[in-house]
Write a protein that binds this ligand. Structure first.
Ligand code: HEC
Length: 270
């Protein structure tokens, strides 16, 4: 029996590993994929603010009948032209044009929540991470996507954020000291030798111009979009999780039965 428990534990270990994530600091989006209203709001935002440039071409509009919308709701609220409910969520703009205008193609976002490490948290942090940077072509930069080509399309809702920089002296890939002003950091680095370099990092963002939404309302918009993109990246996830519980229960019960059968069969042989 001990062996059996060990085997089951080992079999479940990859799941535990997958739950953790590392890398850059991301804000927690705390999305809830069971929240159909959030997915609906996110879909509406996506169609209105994002589909000028990004498609979701691996899903059909019809998908949203699974999250509580009727076909008429979908036609009235999510489909801008007159298409069919079974159409894929494609867009007219070729990716090449975006590459010309923004220096980078605007990728299809159907799977982005699965591609980006951190998933919904990454998207949430990205949508909150735009800040003014006059050196960039679009006038903005981003805390989780440095030198991004996308303009901050939601700036009227969020407002304008200015960066508060700090200057880190790095050595061997580690920050050894940090300063508020660049000259001090440069002096420190010079004193310590050639292998020390100064890196400008964004320490915080300060709202200098308010948007039409309050910060809490904007967070909600970012969370809705993150929920929506997490949903389209894997619409069967909820179903799979529900089913997974039954599969594991079955395996546990079956193991017990198999063990009892083994005992029964070998009883007379020993
Ligand atoms: C005006 C065109 C435009 C609009 C509108 C737009 N984007 Fe983008 N987006 C871009 C471009 C261009 C890139 C690629 C940036 C790069 O690679 O530097 C991008 C990149 C992204 C990425 C990162 C993709 C990756 O490679 O990881 C995400 C996520 C994203 N956009 C989300 C959104 C969301 C959500 C909206 C709507 C609120 C939106 N975008 C609206 C042009 C746009």
């Amino acid at each position: 029996m001990k062996k059996l428990i060990a085997v089951i534990t080992l079999a479940l270990m990859p799941l535990a590993g997958m739950a953790s994530s590392g890398g850059t600091h991301l804000e927690k989006a705390n999305i809830d994929l069971n929240n159909e209203a959030a997915i609906q709001r996110g879909a509406k935002m996506f169609v209105n603010y994002c589909m000028g440039c990004h498609s979701n071409k691996y899903v059909r509009y019809k998908l949203f009948t699974n999250v509580g919308l009727s076909e008429d709701d979908i036609k009235d609220n999510l489909m801008l032209g007159d298409g069919k409910i079974g159409d894929l969520m494609k867009i007219a703009m070729p990716e090449d044009d975006a590459a010309k205008w923004f220096g980078a193609p605007a990728p299809d976002l159907t799977l982005i929540a699965r591609i980006r490490h951190g998933g919904a948290d990454w998207i949430y942090s990205y949508l909150k991470g735009f800040y003014a940077d006059p050196t960039r072509p679009m006038g903005v930069n981003n805390t989780v996507f440095p030198n991004v080509g996308m303009p901050h399309v939601l700036w009227q809702l969020q407002g304008v954020q200015q960066p508060v920089y700090k200057y880190e002296v790095q050595h061997d890939g580690h920050a050894v000291e940090s300063f508020d002003a660049e000259p001090e950091a440069a002096a420190y680095a010079k004193e310590h030798g050639e292998t020390y370099r100064v890196e400008r990092v964004v320490e915080a963002l300060e709202m200098t111009e308010a948007g039409t939404l309050t910060p809490a309302e904007y967070d909600q918009v970012a969370r809705d979009l993150a929920t929506y993109l997490a949903y389209v990246s894997e619409p069967v996830k909820l179903e799979r999780q529900r089913m997974g519980v039954w599969v594991i229960l079955f395996l546990v019960v079956f193991s017990v039965i198999a063990y009892m059968m083994k005992k029964e069969w070998w009883k007379d042989i020993h």
